[in-house]
Design a protein around this ligand. Structure first.
Ligand code: SF4
Length: 506
């Protein structure tokens, strides 16, 4: 069929399909606003306030939302973005064991500017929406389609009973992959809440819990909900589903809680849905002795549990946590930085284990739900840096010279160069139990083992001494010439006016 619509982009708009990731964040943001995405960007700016760290310094934020979708049963995930972005996201998903197909709707300059891309997405969604296989189809606009205003909000709300969720997750609007998890979790909770308002919804697979429940918001170690359930029992409460959920029908049970526990503080959009459903939200988490006592008190109070029962709950668990902390002390100075959102909780646990923790950097923002943790840590001399940039994390490492650095990949790399033992926060710390007595023992075990490795790091540094650094690292007959003049020449060749001074996320 002939398409009479304009085939070229107006002069005033950048050619985003061509520029893609190379257009600056400011350029992309301007384009998105001009293309009708102002509301989405303003919403993100409110939910995920930016700071010094206002653009991804780690992985593409869309990995967070993609992972949430890929972990759900009967949910199809479709990406729309530049091929290189989709390749990276698909690769990372499978690296982390997704075992699900990632759908992709490709585009080119023409399909992007003529609106054909939206039609392609709509066709793909119609083709996928088979209720035999799916409860929901999640379509995600990455940077370029978001900046171009591809209107996912015009997709049908459901097709053959399969829910269609369209989200924009651009690197220039969502600062971290942690917050991108909230973008999708919040969108799903919002959809589910409207379904509940319209009439009866399916019960949870394992049946309806008779006791009032506490929904656990945040991706936590699989054993943690079991521990939390045990802690809640004396108060007549039970642990409810974990959000992000693993299945659509769990969303209904999650919203049907007595209180939502914001174990990870960055789920702003999700918390808004709980509050809209009339459910209070309690921040922090049951980590260490103080954290557990405060958390049980806050949860019990929010659920109108009599004080005597709250005290019973505390008395039942606190001695065991105290014993675990005393039995697994951590001796040494530890700096901590990460982008998972649980950094403050881990720092609390380390401080209660006896470690000296002078610095905690988190890529997540300061908000009401991390306030109690911030106050507790700062009262014990810990510098808490929200929206910490990589440069600040590295500067803290260099200045404080800890016995152990827990951090992101570049922080760990730098620490190892300094012969300081280091642990990856994401793989080695946030993937461990943190709650209750198990949390105390588990973190201490890995931290102490790493600190005990100091000598090995020193001998490695000595072994590699003299092999050079940066461009000159390696064994050479002659030390390579840096050719600073070539760099200068190449730099001079760059356009006088770059697309933007601000690089987009990656
Ligand atoms: S943040 Fe980077 S990888 Fe992610 S969609 Fe944007 S340009 Fe692509």
């Amino acid at each position: 069929m002939a398409d009479n619509r304009t085939k070229t982009a107006p002069d005033t708009k950048p050619d985003l399909a061509a520029a893609g990731c190379h257009a600056g964040a400011a350029e992309m943001r301007r384009a998105a606003q001009a293309a009708g995405k102002s509301d989405v960007l303003e919403g993100y700016a409110r939910d995920y306030p930016q700071g010094p760290h206002d653009k991804p310094q780690s992985m593409c934020p869309a990995f967070g939302s993609l992972r949430v979708g890929l972990r759900m049963r009967r949910t199809a995930s479709v990406l729309c973005g530049s091929a290189c972005c989709v390749y990276g996201l698909t690769f990372t998903s499978h690296f982390y064991g997704a075992r699900r197909t990632v759908g992709y709707v490709p585009f080119n300059s023409e399909t992007l500017v003529t609106g054909k891309l939206f039609e392609d997405i709509r066709d793909a969604v119609h083709e996928l929406s088979d209720p035999e296989h799916y409860d929901a189809v999640v379509v995600t606009n990455l940077c370029v389609p978001s900046a171009s205003g591809v209107p996912l909000q015009l997709l049908p709300e459901q097709i053959n009973g399969v829910r269609i969720i369209g989200i924009d997750v651009p690197g220039f609007g969502v600062p971290t992959h942690a917050e991108a998890k909230d973008v999708l979790a919040g969108a799903m909770l919002s959809y589910a809440r409207k379904e509940i308002a319209q009439g009866p919804v399916p019960a949870p697979r394992q049946g309806v819990e008779e006791r009032p429940t506490v929904t656990l918001v945040g991706e936590i170690f699989p054993a943690d909900p079991v521990t939390i359930n045990m802690m809640l029992e004396p108060m007549g409460l039970a642990a409810g589903p974990v959000v992000p959920t693993r299945e659509w029908r769990e969303l209904y049970a999650a919203l049907d809680c007595a209180v939502a526990a914001g174990l990870h503080p960055f789920y702003t959009a999700s918390f808004r849905e709980f509050e809209a459903a009339g459910r209070p939200v309690v921040g922090s988490a049951p980590v260490g002795c103080d954290g557990t006592a405060d958390w049980l008190q806050a949860i019990g109070t929010a659920c109108n549990v009599p004080q005597v029962k709250i005290d019973q709950a505390k008395n039942a668990i606190l001695p065991a946590i105290k014993g675990a902390l005393a039995g697994a002390p951590v001796k040494g100075r530890v700096t901590l930085s990460g982008y998972e959102g649980s950094e403050l909780l881990v720092a609390r646990l380390l401080v209660e284990s006896g470690a000296e923790v002078p610095y905690v950097g988190t890529a997540c923002p300061k908000n009401a739900w991390s306030e109690a943790d911030r106050q507790w840590l700062e009262a014990r001399g810990v510098e808490v840096n929200f929206r910490a940039s990589l440069e600040e994390d590295l500067a803290a490492l260099e200045a404080l010279k800890p016995d152990l650095a827990i951090g992101t990949t570049p922080v760990v790399q730098k620490a190892k160069q300094m012969a300081i033992p280091a642990l990856y926060f994401t793989n080695l710390i946030s993937a461990r139990p943190l709650m209750g007595p198990a949390g105390a023992g588990s973190v201490a075990q890995v931290v102490n083992a790493a600190i005990a490795n100091t000598e090995r790091f020193e001998s490695m540094r000595d072994f590699f001494e003299g092999v050079g650094t940066g461009d000159a690292s390696g064994i050479w007959e002659d030390v390579p010439n840096e050719h600073a003049e070539f760099r200068k020449k190449q730099r001079a060749r760059k356009p006088a006016k770059p697309l933007s001074e601000e690089p987009v996320g990656c």
